[in-house]
Design a protein around this ligand. Structure first.
Ligand code: NAD
Length: 336
């Protein structure tokens, strides 16, 4: 297969080339640093498949352009697929593949790293100590043991976070329309979302972005949270209404906020913009709060996860070439 890889950074190239070498160099891969969208879609001309990441745009118009050039497979290098118009893909006869659960531990461990950093003010201490300031004022944290952690979405990643937090001696409660017995087995329990928000010292989001979960954490949800609670989002930016979070931070309702994803991240993340002005005023406001920690969609970024993503992507492409169906298809029919 001839595969056009979009949003390709050096690390994507390294891991994908290695995975392709393991197949005996079976596929011909072209790398493009540019994001996939209306303007860049023509770069895939002559290819059979495109390989896309979280901020590549695969709406109907782009899929039509790709189909017109003979693209038959979209191989996502992600678990989430909210950036693909699956109905349009079906109409155009384009198969869509993803990489489910490539390393739930990677995302879960980053989630917990954010909790610990915010709780113990590691981000502030790092800067202070380098400036010779060893005062402890402003660094007071709280013990995790005995705290209540509310997990929204107990799929692969949410369950992993639940397991780690149980290890810390936390009470774990969760909300998910599809409950999993594994949560009960580890001593967690399911509650309704309003109860989760009211009872949790830490709320951690692990549901996919769907029309149902869009702005799940809005002004109303923030108002239901415990005063001073911590909120962590490593799922997708659109699951929270960022303006509602800013209001919650200003009122003190949200005591700490950790974000690895942001609704408008496509114009910011994965780029080095250090010599440019941030044009997004909402994002810029977020960065003014001392109790906010933002990472640029890096929760997945471990050696193990990148290896798994590249290997599964190559398996999807190879299976599609052999059978006409990738190993991990995603389609409107399957979702229904
Ligand atoms: P998963 O499919 O295994 O689990 C998602 C869970 O969310 C399911 O159990 C589902 O029933 C539940 N859910 C759906 N709607 C819900 C709702 N309204 N309320 C509560 N729960 C709901 O997915 P996963 O592998 O655990 O990944 C979760 C999400 O994490 C992905 O969809 C993706 O958006 C995000 N993610 C982020 C990164 C990162 O680097 N930051 C990496 C991988 C995945």
């Amino acid at each position: 297969m001839r595969v056009a890889v979009f949003s390709a950074r050096d690390y994507d190239r390294d891991f994908l080339e290695k995975a392709n070498e393991a197949t005996g160099g079976r596929h011909l891969i072209q790398f493009f640093e540019i994001r996939l969208g209306r303007e860049s879609a023509r770069l895939a001309a002559g290819c059979d498949a495109v390989c896309a990441f979280v901020n590549d745009q695969l709406g109907r118009e782009v899929l039509e352009l790709l189909a017109g050039q003979g693209i038959r497979l979209v191989a996502l290098r992600s678990a989430g697929f909210n950036n693909v118009d699956l109905e349009a893909a079906r109409d155009l006869g384009i198969a869509v593949a993803r990489v489910p659960a490539y390393s739930p531990d990677a995302v879960a461990e980053h989630t917990v790293a954010m909790m610990l950093a915010l709780d113990r003010n590691i981000h502030k201490a790092y800067v202070r100590v380098r400036e010779g300031n060893f005062a402890l004022e402003g660094l007071l944290g709280f013990n995790l043991r005995g705290r209540t952690v509310g997990i929204v979405g107990t799929g692969a990643i949410g369950l992993c976070v639940a397991r780690i937090m149980r290890g810390f001696g936390c009470e774990v409660i969760a909300a998910d329309p599809a409950p999993n017995d594994d949560l009960d087995a580890m001593g967690g329990r399911y509650v309704a979302m309003p109860e989760l928000l009211a009872a949790s010292d830490i709320v951690s989001l692990h549901c996919p972005l769907t029309p149902q979960t869009h702005h799940l954490i809005d002004h109303d949800a923030v108002a239901r949270m415990k005063h001073g609670a911590m909120l962590i989002n490593t799922s997708r930016g659109g699951v929270v209404d960022t303006r509602a979070l800013i209001a919650g931070l200003k009122s003190g309702r949200i005591g700490n906020l950790g974000l690895d994803v942001y609704e408008e991240e496509a114009d910011l993340f994965f780029e080095n913009l250090s010599d440019r002005m941030i044009q997004d005023d909402v994002f810029a406001r977020l960065l003014t709060f001392p109790n906010v920690l933002v990472t640029g969609h890096q929760a997945f970024f471990t050696h193990e996860a990148m290896t798994a993503i590249a290997e599964t992507t190559m398996r999807n492409v190879s299976a599609f070439e052999e059978t006409g169906s990738p190993v991990h298809p995603v389609s409107v029919e399957r979702l229904a």
